[in-house]
Design a protein around this ligand. Structure first.
Ligand SMILES: Nc1ncnc2c1ncn2[C@@H]1O[C@H](COP(=O)(O)OP(=O)(O)OP(=O)(O)O)[C@@H](O)[C@H]1O
Length: 314
């Protein structure tokens, strides 16, 4: 598969500040690439280099040529903050942007794709925040781009709208569009990205499929038991256990092991209020590699545990 986006030792400096520090990456055409990293890690600066909208050192190839010479209609770019003319309706807005390109898509089809049929005649300034973001996504689609750079596309969009946009992104990738997705939403990246790069202080510190990153850095599956009992009863039974106030955390418990663990609780005569089983997620990878963790020390409340958690009352 040809690479749609290639960065080779890309560096971006603002005066003495090195925002992007020798980044190399390659994104195969028709795939979704997820770029994650803390605030200030250099994600936007990297996207600007990849899209040829800022100067940089190193080599970038976008659709086989330097980004500055790619035909603009082949690229869609949704920046983090984007303020289109506010006194245009959604229909006028998409029509306005469509008119900038030869061979643009039918704006009506794009309005439907981003779920704004019912708001097509509403001024942009009168849309909700989530609707405004959908309209902005629509603007990036009118020129039928081959590569789409989306910076936090679902910020402010409600859960149903987020899923609609995720499906749209999946459909676009299935149709051959390359999507370069920057996001702080780990569930979004875990669901959509074929490949992920974690940027920290301008450098790629980890890259791989979400599954590979989770397997390598996400930690183990675990059972968190709300109980006042001592850990010793379970360590004697062969479990690796952390104890914290009102809680025992049993490590390395796969789904198939849950029954055995619950049986062991009963066999040890441990009374408990509830238990929560959690699988590692991309969020755990992020927290681990950025030096933050709220599960590692076993001090998290189950209600703070990541998305895969499911609590079982006794
Ligand atoms: N135009 C600029 N002039 C000077 N410094 C800048 C400029 N743009 C960004 N920076 C700095 O470069 C670094 C990286 O910023 P960048 O916006 O690329 O990070 P980011 O990962 O996109 O952050 P966020 O997640 O907050 O959007 C930061 O220290 C930022 O202050």
């Amino acid at each position: 598969m040809d690479a749609a986006v290639v960065a080779d030792d890309v560096t971006k400096r603002y005066g003495d500040l090195i925002a992007v520090d020798g980044v190399s990456l390659s994104v195969p055409a028709g795939t979704v690439f997820g770029l994650i990293g803390p605030n200030g890690a250099g994600k936007t600066s990297l996207v600007r280099a990849l899209t040829g909208t800022t100067e940089y050192d190193g080599e970038v190839s976008l659709l086989g040529t330097p980004p500055e010479s790619v035909e603009r209609s082949r690229i869609g770019l949704l920046p983090q903050s984007f303020s289109p003319p506010e006194r245009l309706t959604v229909r006028e807005l998409l029509g306005y942007y469509a008119d900038l390109y030869d061979g643009a898509r039918d704006p009506e089809a794009v309005i439907s794709e981003v779920g704004l049929d019912n708001a097509a005649d509403t001024w942009y300034e009168e849309l909700s925040g989530g609707q405004q973001r959908r309209a902005c996504v629509g603007i990036t689609l009118v020129n039928d781009p081959d590569v789409l750079f989306l910076d936090e596309p679902t910020t402010g969009i409600d859960p149903v709208g987020r899923r609609d946009l995720w499906m749209l992104i999946e459909d676009l990738a299935a149709a051959g569009v390359t999507v370069f997705l920057t996001s702080h939403s780990m569930d979004e990246v875990e669901r959509l990205a074929d490949e992920v790069a974690l940027l920290a202080d301008g450098e790629v510190v980890a890259t791989g499929t979400p599954g590979a990153l989770i397997a390598k850095h996400g930690g183990d599956s675990r059972l968190v038991v709300r109980t006042e009992a001592s850990a010793k009863l379970l360590t004697d039974a062969g479990f690796e256990v952390d104890a914290s106030a009102g809680r025992l955390t049993l490590h390395d418990i796969d789904a198939a092991d849950i029954d055995d663990a619950v049986d062991a609780l009963a066999a040890a005569g441990i009374a408990y209020e509830s238990f929560t089983w959690t699988e590692p997620t991309l969020e755990d990878v992020y927290l681990e590699l950025t030096g933050e963790s709220f599960r590692g020390a076993g001090t998290a409340a189950p209600s703070e545990a990541p998305a895969e958690a499911s609590e079982v009352e006794r």
